[in-house]
Design a protein around this ligand. Structure first.
Ligand SMILES: Cc1ncc(COP(=O)(O)O)c(C=O)c1O
Length: 428
């Protein structure tokens, strides 16, 4: 069913390398792509719109429309309040465990669906800082990258002010991210917790999870991983890394829908020692006995606060089914092939126009998106959106090409990048 559109961007062809047809290459890559049939599972994959922003908001799976309708009529409408006892109370843990198994390398009982990413990051960071300073009052520093996603930086500053902690900033090359050498220079005997992005939202830089976790641990610090741009795209091995805590979005590569709630991971060895700051009844040991005082529940329940957003967490299950079928290894292999192709096309048709790659060139250091830099990219993005080619823009001068392995084809990638070239020419 998937028909890739080929609008007339022919004038850009003459910029391609001689004797090299990206068209033929895209067709060959699509023909050899074992995940290609999954593309039809997404709403809009048969339209002419080019979607390069699945790293911000994933396309909806077709099965989700039916799942949501069924939920309203059968579960919510049919079971009413009984639904809580029958299924919904456990849903945050059931879906959390599935994400843990399929995408995070996390054994069961350590992942839960909770609040928004921002709120969960706040809860985890506060819990980690408080536990560390209780253990050792000298540990009052929070380490974070100066180019991390705004919410991460703002939270760190807010928590530092609230708890009398100190922020240690890591300056980074904005076409990369925090690596082991930079982290080694920032941590020490006063470090309580390190907040790290696995895949940088700006450059797509892919951090070495095992190595960075080990660097932080050697300094006696805890690590909180922001997995927003890796969950469902890049394999994560939280248990094998020895990670402490992690939080990630579900509306990007997990296609949970606009504002779907985030997941949190806490390694089992930390459950008893961590107390999160938003003590609500859903995190209490005695939820329905409505006891006089808050006593945190055992295990991951203690990281919940209020009533779980059930409606908002059901959509992501369709992508988890697809991920179960495809396997995260195959998803990553296609993601690498897509970004490699995008880099080759950028070198062929965009670099002659003055466009610069603002992502790592080595696929082993790159997640699922490629950032391209040119002074006209803000205007280029606006022009592209009008023509139904949808990347996104990040200052300074960065156009992000987000390539969702389950819903993006190589031909779609080529057509969209040719449109980028046309728009750069028009706006330069
Ligand atoms: C890397 C990263 N961290 C945190 C967030 C914040 O997520 P939310 O707005 O769902 O709280 C985002 C959102 O895009 C993100 O990309």
């Amino acid at each position: 069913m998937s028909t890739d559109p080929s609008p007339d961007f022919g004038s850009v062809d003459r910029l391609e390398l001689p004797h090299h047809s990206f068209e033929a290459e895209a067709q060959q890559l699509d023909a050899a792509d074992a995940l290609a049939p999954h593309r039809d599972a997404f709403v809009g994959s048969d339209s002419s719109l080019i979607y390069f922003d699945g790293n911000s908001l994933g396309r909806p799976p077709r099965a989700t429309a039916e799942r949501l309708a069924r939920f309203v009529t059968e579960e919510w409408g049919g079971r009413l309040i009984r639904g809580w006892d029958e299924a919904w109370m456990e849903l945050p843990f059931v879906i959390g465990d599935r994400i843990g198994a399929l995408a995070l390398g996390a054994a069961s009982g350590q992942t839960v669906i909770g609040d928004s990413t921002t709120v969960l990051l706040y809860k985890m960071l506060r819990a980690a800082l408080d536990a560390q300073t209780a253990r050792d009052p000298e540990r009052v520093e929070i380490v974070v990258g100066r180019d991390d996603f705004p919410t991460d930086r703002y939270l760190v500053e807010g928590i530092a002010a609230e708890r009398g902690a100190r922020v240690v900033w890591i300056d980074v090359d904005t076409t990369r991210g925090v690596d082991a050498d930079l982290l080694r220079a920032a941590v020490g005997p006063r470090t309580a917790v390190v907040l790290l992005s696995h895949v940088s939202y700006r450059s797509g830089f892919l951090a070495d999870g095992a190595e960075l976790t080990a660097v932080a641990h050697r300094a006696g610090a805890l690590v909180l991983w922001d997995l927003c741009h890796s969950a469902g795209s890049v394999p994560v091995e939280l248990d094998a890394w020895g990670a402490d805590l992690a939080v990630g979005c579900t509306y990007k590569y997990l296609n949970g829908g606009p504002g779907s709630p985030a997941f949190a991971y806490v390694a089992a060895r930390h459950h008893a020692a961590l107390t999160q700051p938003v003590q609500g009844w859903m995190g209490a040991a005695d939820v329905f006995s409505m006891g006089p005082q808050y006593r945190p529940a055992e295990g991951m329940r203690r990281f919940l606060s209020g009533t779980p957003p059930v409606l908002a967490m059901i959509a992501m299950q369709d992508t988890l089914d697809l991920l179960d079928d495809a396997g995260i290894g195959a998803v990553r292999a296609k993601s690498v092939a897509l970004t490699e192709f995008a880099v080759r096309v950028a070198d062929g048709i965009l670099s002659p126009l003055g466009v610069r790659l603002a992502s790592p060139r080595d696929a082993a250091e790159r997640g699922g998106h490629v950032t391209l830099s040119h002074p006209a990219m803000r205007a280029v993005t606006a022009r592209l959106w009008k023509g139904d080619v949808i990347p996104d823009y990040r200052d300074p001068h960065g156009l992000r090409i987000g390539l969702s392995p389950l819903s993006t084809s190589f031909s779609e990638t080529l057509t969209g990048m040719r449109a980028v070239a046309e728009a750069v020419r028009a706006e330069s």
